[in-house]
Every structure is written in structure tokens, then in C-alpha cells.
Design a protein around this ligand. Structure first.
Ligand code: PGA
Length: 257
């Protein structure tokens, strides 16, 4: 990724409830993204809509399509799953891997690590989610984060780390309001820690070049301060990506940095 390019992922999760609404939201998202100069927007709808939207919006513009999850095998008897090869054949180039809501359904660092490797094998960029459940005064959560990073990236060599996005999403800050989210200072400290871990594993050039996004109650009111003070490369936005006014403000904030 061009170092100056920012990234905003719209994680629609299990929304909206009709294809017509998904089409309308996607069209509107494209519309509010047309004037962006240095921001890549990646919309991740539910699988059911992803295939249809990817087919009907083939032209590569500023808004790309991404998946919210993938399996790590190419095919087989895995009811309800979608493989990285299927995504690649549908020209889906990004996938969220290891979101905390999927970890809560049983995903582990080990299965996530296999998913990361499998997506890279297909030329897809994994957006690897990490984040602590809660914080403590003695800094245990930092060790937890370090373990999550090294475990989920254990199959990624220095040669391939440049094709990975990392999304820091503290679980306690997800799905709240901006007032209950992390503060910019704590976010900055954590981002510096994550960079240190990546540099320790991959060296200054490769490790230091990994784009780090923040996710967890990013709204129109806190996006700017995070960008100014926390040294991040963009956002993974949940609920505010369904609200066009909010999402537009977030995109403008990102593009103006
Ligand atoms: P949120 O979700 O913006 O609604 O907190 C972010 C995420 O879970 O990716």
C-alpha cells in the first residue's frame, strides 16, 4: 500500500436486512466516496449481498468490496463456509479475519493464523483483528496483545507482511458510543506498542510498514482526534458505516489528514 494512502473499512456485520437496502447503502457509500483523494474505502457486506454487489459493481473505483470472514481451506464439506479461493474468483481482494465477534463464536489464534496464510496464498489482503477484552493496571493486556499478534501472524514471512493490514479493536470499546470508546492518548500508546512488536518480529522496514487501523466505536465525533493524535492508517467502522452522515464525516476526516 502506498504509505500515504489511508484505509476505511465499512464492516456492515449482519446488516441491512434486505438486498434493496444493501444496494441503496452501497450506492450511497460510493456516492459519498467519489471526492476522496487518498482514502481507500472497503465495504464488507454479509456474504449473501457480497456476491451480488461484486457482480453488479465491477468497475474498480474508490470503493472496493471485502468479506467479513473466510475459511482457510479451498473447498470441502464445511457447511456454511466460504473459501479464500471462492473470494479470489469473485475478485474480492480484502477479508476481515479474526474479528472479536467471530472469536466469541469459537475462532482461535490458530485458526486465524491459517486463514491469514490461506488468504495471502490467494492474493487477498487479510485485515487481521486483534484486541484485548479488558484493561488492567499492570499491563497484562499488552502481553495479551503481543501474543495475539505473534500467534495470528506466525505463518506470515517478512516477504509477505507487506500485504497484511492489522486492525486494533479493543473488545471493550466495540459497539458503544464515541464517549465510551478509547481515548486518543491510550490509543496512541497502544499503537506504538503494536508497532514495536511488529518491528521486533519483522524488522524496521517490513514491520514498521504494516498499516494499522483502529476499530471500536469510531464515529463522526472521535475520528479526527484519533487521526491527529494516534498515528493510525485508518479505521474499521461498524455501526457508523450504516449511517451515511456519520460515515461521510469519518471519510472526510481521514481524507483530509
Ligand atoms: P463499531 O464496530 O464501530 O460498531 O464499534 C467496530 C467493529 O466491530 O469492527
Amino acid at each position: 500500500m502506498n504509505k500515504r494512502q489511508k484505509v476505511v473499512i465499512a464492516n456492515w456485520k449482519m446488516n441491512p436486512t434486505s438486498l434493496a437496502d444493501a444496494q441503496a447503502l452501497f450506492r450511497a457509500t460510493k456516492r459519498i466516496s467519489t471526492k476522496l483523494k487518498k482514502t481507500r474505502v472497503i465495504v464488507c457486506p454479509p456474504f449473501l449481498y457480497l456476491g451480488i454487489l461484486a457482480q453488479t459493481h465491477k468497475k474498480i473505483g474508490k470503493v472496493l468490496m471485502g468479506a467479513q470472514n473466510t475459511h482457510y481451506l479451498k473447498q470441502g464439506s464445511y457447511t456454511g463456509e466460504v473459501s479464500p479461493e471462492m473470494l479470489a474468483r469473485m475478485k474480492i481482494r480484502h477479508v476481515i479475519v479474526g474479528h472479536s465477534e467471530r472469536r466469541a463464536m469459537g475462532e482461535t489464534d490458530q485458526s486465524i493464523s491459517r486463514k491469514v496464510a490461506a488468504t495471502l496464498d490467494e492474493g487477498i489482503i487479510p485485515i487481521v483483528c486483534i484486541g484485548e477484552q479488558s484493561r488492567d493496571d499492570s499491563g497484562e493486556y499488552l502481553l495479551f496483545l503481543e501474543r495475539q499478534i505473534t500467534n495470528t501472524l506466525e505463518r506470515v514471512s517478512s516477504a509477505r507482511i507487506g500485504r497484511v493490514f492489522l486492525a486494533y479493536e479493543p473488545v471493550w470499546a466495540i459497539g458503544k458510543t464515541s464517549a465510551q470508546s478509547i481515548d486518543a492518548h491510550s490509543l496512541h500508546e497502544t499503537i506504538l506498542f503494536i508497532k514495536k512488536v511488529l518491528i521486533k518480529v519483522y524488522g524496521r522496514t517490513a514491520g514498521g510498514g504494516v498499516p494499522i487501523l483502529y476499530g471500536g466505536s469510531v464515529e463522526s465525533t472521535n475520528a479526527s482526534v484519533f487521526l491527529r493524535e494516534a498515528d493510525i492508517d485508518g479505521f474499521l467502522v461498524g455501526h457508523a458505516s450504516l449511517d451515511l452522515d456519520q460515515f461521510k464525516t469519518i471519510l472526510s476526516a481521514v481524507d483530509s489528514i
